[in-house]
Write a protein that binds this ligand. Structure first.
Ligand code: MN
Length: 255
């Protein structure tokens, strides 16, 4: 089994290292990740500048590839031939914060998995830890890395339906306190963004989109509902965003 590991937090992020460690217990691992943090960068295809790739050494002494492209660029590079050996599965993470509800459209972690489906038709898993926002100490990624291993094993046994990839969110709990797995649908994030207008030293305005940390609605059956109750959330996603329930009505309009 040849697993490609990537992330959106940058090749030196501790979440990536934890994931690489447990993926190596399953097979051969190649790593390509962005040089820098691309969190909330969305789905990117870099077309108007060249992409550079360099070899770097991870904290465990192993080599990895680092690119100046986005997470989705990294996956495309690997699947289009930068990594010579065929890739069986792409795993993206471990992101230090959850990716639930509408987050999936912003998330570099999730869009890296999307790219695996688009470019390579390869099964893919995005994995995020629901780490607290104001956590000061280093996050323990090992519970989520162990869970990633269990999920990858199951995906290898069963295979994923064509075009489907998994968005996994893990509660921030010790492994023995995690209650189990729930297969969920996307829930609803509640964004609390606000626009902060400031003045630069020359008196010209500039803007930050800030505000409070988003919350979410812990509805039963959803991604956030599961992690709020201490379960690992596994949401199967697809790239077809068509609003099927609106087709019939819109077809009746006098176009
Ligand atoms: Mn991130």
């Amino acid at each position: 089994m040849h697993i490609l590991v990537t992330n959106d937090d940058g090749v030196m992020a501790p979440g990536l290292l934890a994931l690489v460690k447990t993926m190596r217990e399953l097979g051969e691992v190649s790593v390509i990740a962005p040089e820098q943090n691309w969190s909330a960068s969305g789905h990117v295809k870099t077309m108007h500048r060249p992409l550079r790739v360099k070899e770097v050494v991870l904290m465990d002494g192993c080599t990895a590839l680092a690119s100046d492209g986005a997470p989705s660029d990294c996956v495309a590079l690997a699947l289009l031939g930068l990594v010579a050996k065929p890739i069986d599965l792409v795993v993206s993470g471990i992101n230090p914060n959850s990716n639930i509800g509408h987050d999936v459209t912003y998330s570099g972690t999730v869009t890296a998995a999307m790219e695996a489906v688009i470019t390579g038709n390869v099964p893919a898993i995005a994995i995020s830890l629901d780490g607290p926002d104001n956590h000061q100490a280093a996050l323990d990624f090992m519970p989520a890395a162990v869970i990633a291993k269990q999920i990858v094993q199951r995906v290898f046994e069963k295979g994923l339906p064509k075009g489907v990839f998994l968005n996994v969110n893990v509660p921030f709990l010790p492994l023995e306190q995690i209650k189990g797995f729930r297969v969920t649908r996307q829930g609803l994030r509640v964004y609390r963004d606000s626009l902060d207008k400031r003045l630069d030293p020359r008196g010209r305005p500039y803007y930050w989109i800030g505000g409070e940390t988003p919350t979410a609605i812990p509805e039963e059956g959803t991604d956030y509902g599961a992690i709020a109750q201490g379960y690992v959330s596994i949401t199967p996603l697809q790239l077809d965003l068509t609003a099927y329930q609106a087709l019939a009505e819109l077809r009746q309009w006098n176009w």
